[in-house]
Structure formats: structure tokens, C-alpha cells
Design a protein around this ligand. Structure first.
Ligand SMILES: [Zn+2]
Length: 734
């Protein structure tokens, strides 16, 4: 079988090699580029083509106008305006050749440009892996195939990723046929736009009735929503939308979409009536959007189906010029959407929307947002999920893969996702292998093996893969001690394979950061015995990240430098020991489920939690907390400190105050001190140490710590009107 296959391949190759149109031979131009120089896109395509042909061969082709007599070797760039008749859709292109000329035909959009980059990749062997990571063959001859007709149309009309390369390399975006919201959405209004369109800061005080009624009152705020049944809101929004379109001629789509807050929709009588009838808060949203879409029939309106509004309405159908931006943020990603409960629930919603709309934008998530630098083996589900989107009338797609530098397989992830956005049926394994070979050189087979072992281990572990996991989530699964040893060996081998090439070696280092980070995170979940070893590993992690220019740890702007500093400060055992170490605790005001499970030990075990609160943290929701620590015997104390988590995205806010009391008999308590805690609106995750100090030493056996909650999330927060959490992971008594 194998022999026959090889014979067939070589036969085809030979035939193709014989029948070709030469455009460069012996280092000299034998072809020309024929282009309508007044057509901006075609001219841009011609310029890209010629500049890259120069890089490959050192030759520049003559560029002539379309009125010139066509000659053998001509490469003709053209765009057609009639979309349907040509069979070429927006951004699509066609290659047509006879025995002497080669034509690239584009249509509306960037078709001729995408035809050129496809030609460069498929026929001339140019590969674009990441910003400034493009490989060119050096050739004396360039040929194109004769007598072909090949049409390519994109799988999705709008294709967006988050590759870091987009920010610094304009050709990268073109090469991967990606778009950015500001290119199509008027005024860059593309998501979470309610507060931009009708600011709560401007109208909240004078017209609270324009905003959501939540928990008994109107609560205007940047994360609150609109009262969608208020006619004055509709008129104000219409006028604003009209002015945005006027200020942005040439743009036809705008997003009118809920702010980023969960369950903050309006529940006034009128809104509630619609939403109950429609079986989902998306009901009142679609009523509002349809009214806008009817008032501006030549424009398109995008709106979110996200968190509370993800389920489709039962009766009303969005008008064709209403675009539904559907988000699968709550899904686990170890298997595709049809294979686990979270995915099935999303599928039900997506299928529901597909029944009433064929204008759907899916916002999908494909990286760990709390820990960019952390293994996230989801390559095996990407294609299946994208095919499901395509099947369900999705025509616009944003794959939020958090493509920051140093993120898990950031370059590969961006590359594969871009290929799929263009052609959902591409051969993903061959795309991955081709990327690895080009990007990691001799280390490619080992890296591929690493990916496969980790993927198998994830599936075998039955632990879900979530976009807010930590490595600790998987410490008994795909990151267990045996597998971590295996990954270390594989990376040692990968480094050895490319040690002579500093560029490739750095790429391997960069991928290894995920495993180094996982080791450090897992190490701090038990008492650190070999502190020197951990210091060494921390320093290697920090230094390599610095050399590689990897700075971001997560989507909340925490940096690797700060992480390393905090690790030394928080997790390496210090000489100063707490009198409360391993003391018994009682809870007059107990914590809340599910963050009460480890409460009996966590506050005095000496272990501090990380940004993701699946270990070490104890949490209270919307009410005060109270802890009594029994030191076992009367001791002399002078200060009490506690460690709190600040993580706005998870509704974990700092409490209002902390008061500490001392007692010798657990009956009569005297106040040691009270600390008021300032509000903090910054998005970074923080660990905040709050302490009280006595004026002089006090004798005490029992320490009572009373923490006063802020109650409900404030108006500026995503959870406005709902209980705020506060989290503690340790209390120290000195
Ligand atoms: Zn309302």
C-alpha cells in the first residue's frame, strides 16, 4: 500500500513539474504582473506579491496595466464586482490558468490579496508563523501550475483571533486573512456597548428609570443594563446610533449589546413580562434590537447572547439585519461541545438561535485566561467545534485564544485557528505538523509527542478543561508527578535537539514556560521543604521569561515579574512563625458553600492561595464572617494579620473592615484593633494583607476576627446589586 502511494505522489509531482508557467528563470524575470493600478486592493496584492518574489528570488517582476497586450508568463490580478454570478464570495478568490497565463480573480473585500498570499504559501513555499517569523525559500526559478481552476471562499465572513502578532506585524493579519472589529463596526462599537451608547455616568442620576431594576430598585451603572421597554431609552439610543453611523461613513454594522455583568438585566414589570413570555432575558433584547433594525433597515445591528441572555427567545425572531453574538464562555473544553454537559447546554442554545436566525457571530474561548502560561491542550476539539458553528448558521467568528506572547502554544494556536477560520475542513493534523517542523526545526517531533501525551492524559483524567483553571486543577491528572517528569525529559530532549540554533532554542524555552509555571504552582500547594530548589526554579522561570519578552501572566494584567516576587514573599517559608500555625478554628459566622470545604484547616495551615481560588481560600458571600482561633494556651500576642483576595472578575471584593478581639476564656473579648479597608477598583488580581496591632502585648488564648462585608456589589461592578464575596486564606497571630 505504502509503495503504491509513493508512486502515485511522485507521478503527480512529475506531471505538474512539466506543465508549468515560468515567471522567474535563472534569476531573471520571465513573467509580468498585470494589474488595474487604480484598483486599491488589486494594487496592494501586486505590491505584496512583488516584494515577496524579490525576497525569494532577488527579482522584481515588471508591473503593467490591464490595457497591455497579454503575453506568456503574465500573472493577472483582477477583481470582479458581481458576487453571485462569479461564485466567488466576499474575500474569496479564484485561480485560473491556461498554458501561458495565470489569473487571480478576487471579488468584494480582499480576495485578490488573499489569492496572492495563498499562491505564495502553496506554490512558492513561504510560511508565516508569527510576527517576524516568516520563512522564505531562496530560489532561482519560480513556476505556476498550468490549466487549473481553483476557487476558495472563506468558511466565515468575519474572522478574528487574538494573536499577539497582529499588533506588531501588518502582513501577519493579511497573511492569515483576519479582520479586526474596528475595520467593520462603526466607531469600533463591537461588544458591551450599552454604557458607551447611553452612559450611566451621564444619565444615571437624572434618569435612573433608564436603567435596570435589580433587587428592588433601579441601579444605574457601567455593568448594569438598560430598561429596554422604556420608550425614551429607545429614542435616545436611536439618535446616538444615527450620529455614530453619520460620523463613520462606509460602516454598516454596529453593536448594541449588554454591558459585561451577569444577571444585571432589568426586571421591572414591563421587561419581566416580555422576558417571561419569551422564556429568556434575550426576549426584551430582541424586541429592542428589532425596533432599531426596522428603523435603520440598511444597517446591521449586532447584540450579545451572553451569560443571562444566552438562551434564545421562544416567540420573537430577530430581523435579518440583527446579528446574534453568541458566547460559549461557560463551556468546558476537554472534549467538543456535543460531548459534555456544559457543551450540550450551549449546543441547545445555539441550535435554538440557528432556528430563528442565519446571522450569528460566535465568540469562542480557547486559552486559560487566569493563567496564560499554563498547559491548555484543546487542539483536538477546535475543528469539531468550528464545524458545529458553521453548521448552525454562524457566519462571523471570534476565536478568543488569548494569543499573548508566552501563552501556551500561542503561535501555533493562532496559526491553526486562522487556518480553520478560513477553511473549517482543512487537515488540522497536517497544519500542526507543518507548523511544528517550520517553527521548532529538529525539536518538532518531541514537541508533537509532548502535545499528544498531554492531550491523552487530559482525556484519561476525566478532569474538565476550563478557561479559568490553574495547573493545580490538573495536579492529579495531566500534570501528575509522573507526567511532569516525562514532560521535563521531553523538553530536555527538545532543547538538546536545537541547542546550536539560538532562535529555535528560545522557541522551545518559551513553550517550556508553561511546564515551569505548572511546577511552581503545584509546589506551593504543600509545605515547601526544599526552598533553595524552588528559588532556583523561580529564578530560571523569571530569567527566561525576561529574555523572551514574556510579560503577561493573565488577562488581569498581572505580570510574571510580580508573580515571582509574590511567590518569594508568600510561598517560601519565612523565619517568622505565626502563633496560630495549625491552631483550631471555629466559625461563629461560617463561610459559604462551596468555599467552606477546607475551612477547618485552611486559615492556619501556612499555605497561601493563588489567583484561582480552588485551593487555600475560604469565602463568604454578602454577609459578615467571624472566626475564632484557639491558640491552645494563653500566649502573649501583639498583632493579627489576615490575607484577602481581590479579584473583581469573580465578584471577590475586599471587605469593608476587619476587627480583631482577644480573650483568655472565650467568653469576654476585648478589642485589639479595627481596620477600615478602602475600596479598590483595579482589575489586577491582588493579595491584600490586612493587620491590626495592639499598643502593648496582650495575654490571649482566643482570637476573634470579625470581617464586615460590603454587602452587595457596588454600581461600578459587574455584579451590581448582587452579593459580593470576600475570601481569606490565612490568619496569622504574632
Ligand atoms: Zn425594564
Amino acid at each position: 500500500m505504502r509503495t503504491i502511494l509513493i508512486l502515485v505522489i511522485s507521478f503527480c509531482f512529475t506531471t505538474a513539474a512539466l506543465a508549468q508557467i515560468s515567471i522567474v528563470r535563472n534569476g531573471k524575470a520571465t513573467g509580468r504582473i498585470v494589474v488595474n493600478q487604480s484598483h486599491t486592493t488589486d494594487l496592494k496584492a501586486a505590491n505584496i506579491l512583488n516584494s515577496l518574489i524579490k525576497k525569494i528570488t532577488g527579482v522584481t517582476l515588471p508591473v503593467v496595466s490591464v490595457n497591455t497586450k497579454i503575453e506568456r508568463g503574465d500573472l493577472i490580478l483582477e477583481s470582479q464586482s458581481a458576487l453571485k454570478e462569479s461564485g466567488i464570495e466576499e474575500d474569496g478568490f479564484r485561480f485560473t490558468s491556461n498554458d501561458s497565463t495565470f489569473v487571480i480573480t478576487g471579488s468584494k473585500g480582499s480576495g485578490s490579496v488573499y489569492g496572492v498570499v495563498t499562491m505564495l504559501e502553496d506554490y512558492f513555499g513561504v510560511h508565516y508563523y508569527a510576527a517576524n517569523s516568516c520563512t522564505f525559500p531562496h530560489l532561482k526559478e519560480l513556476n505556476l501550475p498550468m490549466n487549473i481552476s481553483r476557487t476558495e471562499n472563506p468558511s466565515f465572513r468575519f474572522r478574528q483571533t487574538q494573536a499577539y502578532s497582529l499588533a506588531t506585524d501588518t502582513l501577519y493579519k493579511i497573511w492569515h486573512r483576519l479582520k479586526e472589529p474596528r475595520e467593520i463596526f462603526a466607531g469600533n462599537y463591537w461588544v458591551h456597548t450599552f454604557d458607551r451608547i447611553m452612559p450611566s455616568g451621564k444619565y444615571g442620576k437624572t434618569h435612573p428609570e433608564y436603567f435596570s431594576f435589580i433587587n428592588g430598585k433601579r441601579r444605574p451603572g457601567a455593568a448594569s443594563q438598560w430598561c429596554l421597554t422604556n420608550p425614551e431609552v429607545f429614542e435616545l439610543v436611536s439618535a446616538k446610533v444615527d450620529s455614530i453611523f453619520r460620523a463613520n461613513p462606509g460602516r454598516h454594522i454596529i453593536s448594541v449589546s449588554q454591558n459585561d455583568g451577569n444577571s444585571t438585566n432589568c426586571s421591572c414589570e414591563k421587561c419581566k413580562t416580555i422576558d417571561e413570555k419569551e422564556g429568556s432575558p434575550s426576549g426584551s433584547i430582541i424586541y429592542f434590537l428589532n425596533k432599531l433594525a426596522a428603523r435603520f433597515p440598511d444597517k446591521e445591528f449586532s447584540t450579545l447572547a451572553y451569560l443571562y441572555s444566552v438562551a434564545p427567545p421562544k416567540k420573537i425572531k430577530p430581523l435579518p439585519n440583527v446579528n446574534i453574538m453568541l458566547c460559549d464562555i461557560d463551556c468546558y473544553r476537554e472534549v467538543s461541545l456535543t460531548e459534555n454537559a456544559s457543551g450540550k447546554s450551549f449546543m441547545k442554545n445555539m441550535e435554538g438561535w440557528a432556528k430563528i436566525s442565519n446571522n450569528i457571530f460566535v465568540w469562542d474561548y480557547g486559552i486559560n485566561f487566569d493563567n496564560y502560561v499554563c498547559p491548555f491542550p484543546n487542539f483536538h476539539i477546535l475543528q469539531t467545534n468550528m464545524k458545529l458553528f458553521k453548521k448552525n448558521n454562524v457566519n462571523m467568528h471570534f476565536s478568543q485564544i488569548g494569543g499573548s506572547k508566552g501563552g501556551d502554544f500561542s503561535e501555533l494556536r493562532s496559526y491553526v485557528v486562522a487556518k480553520l477560520l478560513w477553511n473549517v475542513n482543512c487537515n488540522v493534523d497536517s497544519v500542526i505538523q507543518s507548523f511544528l517542523t517550520g517553527y521548532y526545526g529538529k525539536a518538532a517531533p518531541v514537541i508533537y509527542q509532548y502535545m499528544k501525551i498531554q492531550q491523552g492524559a487530559l482525556l484519561g483524567s476525566n478532569i474538565p478543561l476550563w478557561i479559568y483553571d490553574t495547573p493545580i486543577t490538573h495536579k492529579n491528572g495531566m500534570l501528575n508527578p509522573q507526567l511532569m517528569r516525562r514532560y521535563r525529559e521531553l523538553f530536555d530532549n527538545a532543547e538538546e535537539a536545537v541547542k546550536a540554533d539560538s532562535i529555535l532554542l528560545k522557541r522551545v524555552w518559551q513553550e517550556r514556560l508553561s511546564i515551569q509555571y505548572a511546577e511552581l504552582e503545584i509546589a506551593r500547594t504543600s509545605a515547601i521543604e526544599n526552598a533553595d530548589q524552588i528559588r532556583k526554579e523561580l529564578s530560571l522561570f523569571r530569567n527566561r521569561a525576561h529574555i523572551l519578552g514574556v510579560t503577561s501572566l493573565n488577562e488581569r494584567n498581572n505580570t510574571i515579574e510580580a508573580y515571582c516576587d509574590l511567590y518569594l514573599e508568600r510561598n517560601i517559608p519565612s523565619a517568622k512563625s505565626s502563633l496560630a500555625h495549625q491552631a483550631k478554628v471555629n466559625f461563629p459566622l461560617p463561610p459559604d458553600k462551596p468555599y467552606d470545604k477546607i475551612a477547618d484547616k485552611a486559615l492556619t495551615d501556612g499555605l497561601l492561595g493563588g489567583a484561582t481560588f480552588n485551593e487555600s481560600w475560604v469565602g463568604w458571600s454578602g454577609k459578615d464572617g467571624e472566626v475564632i482561633i484557639d491558640l491552645g494556651e494563653v500566649k502573649e500576642i501583639e498583632s493579627v494579620q489576615a490575607d484577602f483576595l481581590h479579584k473583581l472578575g469573580s465578584w471577590i471584593l475586599l471587605p469593608k473592615s476587619m476587627s480583631c478581639y482577644a480573650s483568655t476564656d472565650n467568653l469576654t473579648y476585648s478589642l485589639i484593633g479595627k481596620k477600615e479597608i478602602a475600596e479598590d477598583r483595579s482589575v489586577e488580581v491582588k493579595y491584600v494583607n490586612i493587620g491590626v496591632k495592639a499598643n502593648e502585648k496582650i495575654k490571649a488564648r482566643y482570637i476573634k476576627v470579625h470581617v464586615e462585608t460590603i454587602g452587595l456589589c457596588p454600581s461600578w461592578h459587574y455584579g451590581v446589586g448582587y452579593p459580593a464575596w470576600f475570601f481569606m486564606d490565612e490568619i496569622w497571630v504574632y
